[in-house]
Design a protein around this ligand. Structure first.
Ligand code: SAM
Length: 288
């Protein structure tokens, strides 16, 4: 089968199967071999690796993964793509396609069954409408993963990588950086896809921490505090936490905690580092 990274080959396959793009599934297929090379390289794939691909589409990136990895499992929601994948991946015996919604797949079980519970790598050109739930699910379900290398909207990649004080810094930056080290490997313009998305894209690699960068007594509390601090961007952190329906700390509790951290009472969430949020959560845990 010809390389689908070449637009001519993609067009030919789409015509052969009369494929109709489904906007609701975020279908923007890659048609640029340089970008495909970059994703494969950034993911640091070896012949020992087991790869989970989310949304193989017509199998463009999947072909690259099959060439480089030991085994590939690709999860695709759109059943109209199944006969196409059968065709475009026919030369590989190290790939299986599951027709399912990735958010409903028991990935932990899959990793146990198919890779003896050893760490996997996740590679995908993600459907943008569910980028955050997919990534947070992979983190929160504690799936054994070495790294996640994904194409996302440029704006989302920037938020994942942002530091305190930057306009992009928020709950997503802190959640991602609690679990992983982000690295933007490439910026990708709309003309590398068919059809073209109306936003810029970026390839980001998230290398999971072997040990968490901060120590928290209560992870759930940490994330409730982070969410509350960014819910009302223009409000102070004290008001954000005090107004949160998920939390029951008084203003005095929060003011006291901030004083213990040597932070001013009127500070906003965007000024605090992950380390400071962790210290704050540990302090407030004592007020429960
Ligand atoms: N990997 C292909 C490529 O790079 O050309 C296609 C990427 S396209 C941006 C996203 C793919 O994810 C589509 O094939 C779409 O049908 C699939 N998809 C969308 N929602 C999904 C879900 N919930 N579970 C699994 N696949 C999904």
């Amino acid at each position: 089968m010809a390389n689908l990274g070449n637009p001519k080959n993609t067009i030919e396959i789409l015509k052969k199967y009369d494929f109709i793009f489904q906007k609701k599934f975020g279908q923007n297929f890659l048609i640029d071999t340089h970008v495909l090379d970059k994703i494969t390289k950034a993911a640091d794939i070896t012949k020992d690796d087991f790869i989970l691909e989310i949304g193989p589409g017509i199998g463009t990136l999947t072909q690259y993964l099959c060439e480089n990895a030991r085994e590939v499992v690709a999860v695709e929601i759109d059943r109209m793509l199944l006969p196409i994948l059968e065709d475009t991946l026919s030369q590989y015996d190290n790939v299986s396609v599951l027709n399912a919604d990735i958010l409903k797949v028991d990935i932990l079980q899959l990793v146990k069954e198919r890779n003896g519970g050893r760490p996997i790598k996740v590679v995908a050109n993600l459907p943008y409408y569910i980028t955050t739930p997919i990534i947070m699910d992979l983190f929160e379900k504690h799936i054994p993963i070495t790294n996640i290398t994904v194409m996302v909207q440029k704006e989302v990649a920037d938020r994942m990588q942002a530091s305190p004080g930057s306009k992009d810094y928020g709950a997503l930056s802190l959640a991602v950086q609690y679990y992983a080290q982000p690295y933007i490997a490439a910026n990708v313009p709309p003309n590398c896809f068919m059809p073209r998305p109306n936003v810029g894209s970026a390839v980001i690699r998230l290398t999971l921490h072997k040990e968490k960068p901060v120590h928290v007594k209560d992870e759930e509390l940490l994330f409730k505090i982070i969410r509350a601090s960014f819910n009302q961007r223009r409000k102070t952190l004290v008001n954000g936490i005090n107004n949160s329906p998920e939390l029951s700390f008084s203003k005095e509790d929060v003011v006291e905690a901030l004083a213990a951290l040597n932070l001013p009472e009127n500070i906003r969430g965007e000024a605090l580092s992950l380390d400071q949020f962790a210290t704050l959560a540990n302090y407030l845990k004592g007020c429960l």
